[in-house]
Ligand binder design. Structure first.
Ligand SMILES: [Zn+2]
Length: 139
């Protein structure tokens, strides 16, 4: 099989593609940042401040990201939220009995992604859901 590298192409109206990232060191944030920078685009890192906000740091950061996105909308930018919905991996999750997925897939989505998605939708930001291919195949 021949590998084809795809180039990102933007509509002419997009003059400055900006990725607003939660800056988690692994997973979707890290992958998106590598892709974005590799294409020569700008990344705005908005890492959670665990030292200041403790266990709520991710949720505080999510609200800050959405607030920043809303400010971009108010300045005339088009904003799209991509919610990467993977399974919660917390071994001691208090919500382990909560099921959000299709009948043949047990579990629920990661709390941070669900929270940020809800914040974005609540703010009126266009949002798309992105699922790992293993979940899409299981439905
Ligand atoms: Zn959980």
């Amino acid at each position: 099989m021949q590998h084809q590298q795809k180039q990102l192409h933007w509509p002419e109206t997009v003059t400055r593609p900006l990725l607003v990232s939660g800056h988690c060191p692994d997973g979707a944030d890290a992958m998106a940042e590598r892709l974005w920078r590799g294409a020569g685009f700008e990344v705005r890192e908005m890492a959670a401040d665990w030292g200041t906000h403790g266990l709520k740091a991710g949720f505080v950061r999510n609200a800050q990201m959405v607030e920043f996105a809303v400010s971009l909308c108010q300045q005339g930018s088009r904003v799209l939220c991509a919610a990467f919905l993977d399974l919660c991996r917390k071994w001691d999750c208090r919500m382990s009995q909560r099921q959000q997925l299709a009948p043949r897939v047990t579990g629920h989505f990661s709390h941070g992604a669900v929270d940020c998605r809800a914040e974005a939708l609540s703010a009126g930001i266009e949002t798309v859901d992105v699922f790992p291919s293993r979940l899409a195949l299981a439905t």
